[in-house]
Design a protein around this ligand. Structure first.
Ligand code: SF4
Ligand code: SF4
Length: 97
């Protein structure tokens, strides 16, 4: 599953540099996670790094983007193989499917 950041985020800036996939960025009001890039840290770490460092525990799984460990590994490999996913260059924090 990709993770998501809730409006409990206090914009502490701690998680953004910890993400190995550059999936976290500042949104209109608080930080957001690009579900196309979040592998729940599969391929990089045993635990989601953003969850580990968040001081207010506001990063749950994103129920709109349920993925199996196999799908997350496939996403990791895709991200490794390319500088960016096809639409990631236009990533603006808006969710699109
Ligand atoms: Fe980035 Fe990992 Fe957090 Fe996903 S779980 S946003 S890949 S740090
Ligand atoms: Fe927001 Fe948590 Fe990230 Fe801090 S670590 S910016 S509170 S999501």
């Amino acid at each position: 599953m990709a993770l998501m950041i809730t409006d409990e985020c206090i914009n502490c800036d701690v998680c953004e540099p910890e993400c190995p996939n550059q999936a976290i960025s500042m949104g209109p009001e608080f930080y957001v996670i690009d579900h196309r890039k979040c592998t729940e840290c599969v391929g990089h770490f045993d635990e989601p790094q953003c969850v580990q460092v968040c001081p207010v525990s506001c990063i749950p799984v994103n129920p709109a983007h349920i993925e199996t460990p196999e799908q997350l590994m496939a996403k990791y490999l895709q991200l490794q193989g390319r500088a960016a996913l096809p639409a990631a260059g236009q990533a603006d924090g808006n969710e699109r499917d």
